[in-house]
Design a protein. Structure first.
Length: 202
């Protein structure tokens, strides 16, 4: 889990209860799960005959997310920004870019279940994506959050700011075919749950 670092340390608490009751089965698998590089999975299999897999995770969000404006990622950052703007009666919220860039966002509980399924059923070193498989424009994400927060101001797009790659679409067919991974939470529902958690904890 080294690659995740601070970015997803919050999500462990979101599904540790789920993992706990599955612990006996996971231990019987005696499997190493890497979420960083491909080569450790290959080398541990070949050199030590150790069962190791590689999972590549998308942008995660959910209850317990990091809402620090200095270090948070897109979903949490926008939730806080729209909430603060509503609370302070601000007329506009500034968002970087044009809003046309796309990303993949997946609710943390779906990723957690995917990790468990992979640990139980996947037995190859080939990398596997865990994501929603849904390509979402940043402007659509911002509108979803704006509406759920019930913020009535305007969104101002700052095109002078860097936004990274224009497009990101993630194929999850391998995870679906290899170990029955399935995304159960719609983006809108996951955002609603995340907002509810944030409001009840701030």
């Amino acid at each position: 889990m080294e690659w995740l670092g601070k970015y997803v340390e919050w999500y462990w608490n979101s599904f540790k209860q789920y993992l706990r009751w599955r612990r006996k089965k996971l231990h019987r698998q005696s499997k190493s799960i890497s979420t960083r590089w491909w080569w450790p999975s290959i080398t541990t299999r070949k050199q030590y005959e150790y069962n190791s897999i590689l999972l590549i995770l998308t942008n995660l969000f959910g209850p317990g997310d990091n809402f620090n404006p200095e270090t948070s990622h897109v979903v949490a950052a926008l939730i806080k920004r729209f909430y603060d703007a509503k609370k302070n009666n601000e007329k506009e919220v500034v968002v970087w870019g044009s809003g046309e860039s796309t990303r993949d966002f997946c609710y943390v509980e779906d990723i957690a279940e995917g990790i468990v399924l992979a640990a139980e059923k996947y037995n190859k070193s080939d990398p596997v994506n865990l994501a929603s498989g849904r390509e979402v424009k940043i402007k659509d994400l911002a509108l979803i959050i704006k509406n759920k927060i019930k913020y009535n101001g305007n969104i101002v797009w700052d095109t002078s700011k860097p936004v990274g790659p224009d497009r990101r679409k993630i194929d999850i067919s391998k995870a679906e075919n290899e170990f029955g991974y399935k995304v159960k939470t719609k983006l809108e529902d996951g955002i609603q749950k995340t907002i509810e958690w944030y409001l009840s904890n701030n």
